[in-house]
Design a protein around this ligand. Structure first.
Ligand code: HEC
Ligand code: HEC
Ligand code: HEC
Ligand code: HEC
Length: 122
């Protein structure tokens, strides 16, 4: 436990400097080297050689996300940061890990939410 906490601290500090490192906060299938669970290593019709063109379906293969989030997702929810994107799992998570908990690109969920919900910025 002590080791895990020290490791987490190390990774969060690295993440704060913009340099995520591999370790306990890396997404488990990535840490295990199971790249082919998500990517087709040789060729695929999808960006990033993804095996599944839908991010929501790809993540949903292992996660029952409907339990955790009823946040709008899919074609009707446009990402206010980039009008070409719609909201999916990668609007709030990075699939390999970031050094922060929950594969989040920011240290707290508040930091994450206000990226798009700017009027709640404090
Ligand atoms: C759980 C699914 C998943 C696993 C497992 C996974 N990836 Fe990815 N990978 C993604 C997704 C989704 C993206 C798109 C960008 C993102 O989420 O950061 C991506 C992006 C990438 C990219 C594009 C560059 C980048 O970092 O954005 C490379 C290269 C890559 N992955 C390599 C790997 C390798 C090598 C492994 C195994 C060690 C691996 N991936 C395991 C889902 C996965
Ligand atoms: C609007 C932002 C947002 C979107 C979109 C989102 N998440 Fe999350 N997710 C979070 C936050 C924030 C947490 C941290 C824990 C919490 O507050 O519930 C989290 C936690 C999680 C967890 C770990 C905790 C748990 O409940 O199991 C998993 C797994 C997860 N998300 C998967 C997904 C998947 C898969 C998708 C896409 C289908 C997705 N998330 C879409 C924000 C989001
Ligand atoms: C092949 C199965 C698999 C796929 C596909 C997969 N995950 Fe995971 N994920 C796991 C496992 C295993 C864990 C670690 C155990 C757990 O927390 O449920 C995990 C953990 C997580 C966590 C919690 C991390 C934490 O710090 O607590 C989040 C968030 C998450 N995954 C998001 C995603 C997202 C987003 C995608 C799609 C890009 C995805 N996962 C695709 C297997 C998968
Ligand atoms: C990538 C951009 C983005 C992020 C990050 C984001 N949201 Fe949203 N959120 C949206 C969009 C787009 C909508 C739907 C359109 C609207 O009403 O603004 C929405 C709608 C909502 C709604 C209204 C839900 C409904 O059913 O009408 C709530 C509540 C919400 N978000 C909370 C959160 C929370 C909490 C977080 C952080 C965990 C978060 N959002 C992160 C873009 C985002």
């Amino acid at each position: 436990m002590q080791v895990a906490l020290a490791e987490k601290d190390r990774q969060e500090q690295a993440a704060a400097r913009g340099r995520p490192v591999r370790g306990a906060l890396t997404h488990q299938p990535v840490r295990d080297g199971d790249c082919a669970l998500c990517h087709l290593p040789h060729a695929s019709d999808s960006a990033h050689l993804m095996a599944n063109p839908s991010v929501i379906d790809a993540c949903g293969a292992c996660h029952d996300w409907s339990k955790h989030s009823n946040h709008p997702m899919g074609p009707k929810a446009t990402d206010s940061r980039n009008r070409n994107l719609t909201i999916d799992c990668l609007s709030c998570h990075r699939s390999h890990g970031t050094g922060y908990r929950y594969l989040m690109p920011f240290p707290t969920s508040t930091d994450l939410c206000v990226q798009c919900h700017k009027r709640f910025t404090r």
